[in-house]
Design a protein. Structure first.
Length: 115
């Protein structure tokens, strides 16, 4: 199992970014996918999740209405569209899946929101 995130960078407050996660080594379409983030000095937190069918999505209250999670099973990709970014969204963002009792994480991509 391998998860590789991309798309992070520096963006001004109010800007947008789209994060991508390329999955390999498992039957991607069968599993929930999630985005987490970890800000400096804080615990890792769940940002958004999407079901295997894509029909169910959940979001942290802090990002509802601003972030959108989606998936493309043909490409083994999961995305996080982030709009109206705030300085408090600054963090390393991680892609995660869980297969049976094992969690798999990507290496993370850094998002910095600053003027």
């Amino acid at each position: 199992v391998q998860l590789v995130e991309s798309g992070g960078g520096l963006v001004q407050p109010g800007g947008s970014l789209r994060l991508s996660c390329l999955a390999s080594g498992f039957s991607f379409s069968r599993y929930y996918m999630s985005w987490y983030r970890q800000a400096p000095g804080k615990e890792r937190e769940l940002v958004a999740s999407i079901s295997s069918t894509g029909g169910t999505t959940t979001y942290a209250n802090s990002v509802k209405g601003r972030f959108t999670i989606s998936r493309d099973d043909a490409k083994n990709m999961v995305y996080l569209q982030m709009n109206s970014l705030k300085p408090e969204d600054t963090a390393v963002y991680y892609c995660k899946t869980r297969i049976l009792s094992t969690e798999y994480w990507g290496q993370g991509t850094l998002v910095t929101v600053s003027s």
